[in-house]
Design a protein around this ligand. Structure first.
Ligand code: GLA
Length: 393
């Protein structure tokens, strides 16, 4: 859709709203006085702000018939907010973040962002590919984290909105230059968010490169399914479909072992409150200051497979995560420390949000036994994650 067409959609939706009328998201027919049901599904795109170096950042809003609403900005392909109903039907934003653009530039611990080129850590920012050693930017003590100093979360993506049979959506595209943050190859990546009428947010990742490189894209939304009603996420009940996880050293780099979760606080095969065992005297929990680990998903074949389920008992909100990825980083928001003031002036204490980052395993480029993260010219990287929002009665 062209910029002009998008503005028409915005204007048409606004006119319809003003007239108490409805229109389809992509309809550009002028509003009439014919009575119509209220606006349901819609998408809009418009200017949001500018980066410090003057690039314009757009805001895209997707809404479905149930009133589920996702706001996304082109900076970092970031999810700014996500409103879903609780068991009484009340909509609330279930993500952490900021009300304005500026803090996303220098205060955000990846709130809602797409992280890349490599999500999570690469030890000492070094890896060998086809006999050549590459040195990446280091930004997490001696390690490389989430793509480096200026990763994909700090880049402005190009947005194309659409409506199709599945729902309303936006495709965001970013081209990462050869050598950016130390990575080889010009990489063209796109991330498509589709909001369906089944209360699903489908995230499709796609990338190609002109030189062999490594790639691990994920979504870094911090959820709190209680919305504005709770400060911590410890009462959320979590199920992770994984028999094993990847233990880490004291810099949070996997040791290479795929350890069984059985008999440990990492066993979430049966839904368990996040807070039930987080304080246990366990070396891995101490290293992560809580949960900050990659689970090895139990899956049949390569397709979309259930990774996680979460229930927030007081509101009844549920979140289900399915993915084509082999792993999931469950991060219990341990580094939040009450120094960030977010939406509505709310201070975010430790463990006030959790992330479920579907991914390949951290530091895979240095672990030949892990599933490969290498992308070569002529290959197409494709990955899908589906977030399904529901309620338990
Ligand atoms: C990931 C990492 C954490 C932390 C957060 C962002 O989940 O594994 O250690 O860096 O991102 O703060």
């Amino acid at each position: 859709m062209t910029r002009l067409a998008r503005q028409v959609v915005v204007a048409a939706a606004a006119a319809a709203l003003a007239a108490g009328c409805s229109r389809d998201a992509t309809s550009t027919t002028p509003a009439t006085s014919t009575p119509m049901p209220p606006i349901k599904t819609y998408l809009t795109q418009g200017p949001f702000d500018r980066t410090p170096d003057g690039q314009s950042v757009d805001l895209i809003t997707l809404r479905n018939q149930a009133g589920v609403e996702v706001r996304i900005m082109t900076y970092g392909a970031t999810i700014l907010s996500l409103k879903t109903p609780d068991r009484a039907g009340a909509l609330d934003d279930i993500t952490l973040g900021f009300d304005t653009f500026a803090p996303y530039v220098d205060k955000s611990p990846y709130f809602g962002a797409v992280v890349g080129r490599y999500g999570n850590r690469i030890a000492k920012g070094k890896f060998v590919l086809d006999g050549q050693t590459y040195t990446l930017a280091t930004n997490n003590n001696a390690n490389h984290l989430h793509g480096g100093v200026k990763g994909f979360d700090k880049r402005v993506w190009k947005a194309d909105t659409f409506q199709n049979v599945s729902g309303v959506g936006v495709k965001l595209t970013y081209t990462s230059a050869d050598g950016e943050e130390g990575y080889p190859g010009t990489l063209t990546a796109d991330v498509t968010y589709t909001l369906t009428d089944k209360n699903q947010l489908i995230v499709d990742y796609h990338a190609t490169t002109d030189k062999a490189t490594v790639l691990n894209l994920t979504q870094h939304t911090y959820f709190n399914l209680a919305g504005g009603k709770a400060n911590d996420i410890l009462g959320h009940e979590l199920m992770l479909n994984a028999d094993r996880y990847t233990p880490v050293d004291d810099t949070l780099i996997p040791t290479g072992e795929l350890a069984p979760v059985a008999g440990t606080p990492f066993d979430f095969r049966t839904a368990t409150a996040i807070g039930a065992r987080i304080g246990q005297d366990n070396e891995q929990l101490k290293r992560g200051k809580g949960y900050d680990h990659n689970w090895v998903l139990t899956r049949q074949g390569d397709g979309l497979s259930l990774a996680a389920r979460v229930l927030e008992p007081t509101t009844g909100r549920t979140l289900e995560v399915s993915t084509t990825e082999p792993g999931i980083q469950f991060y219990s928001g341990n580094f939040l420390d009450g120094t960030i003031t977010g939406k509505g002036g709310r201070v975010y204490p430790q463990r006030s949000g959790f992330c479920l980052e579907t991914q390949h395993f951290p530091d895979s480029p240095n672990h030949p036994t892990f599933p490969s993260t290498v992308l070569r010219p002529g290959q197409e990287f494709k990955s899908q994650t589906v977030f399904t929002f529901g309620v338990a009665k």
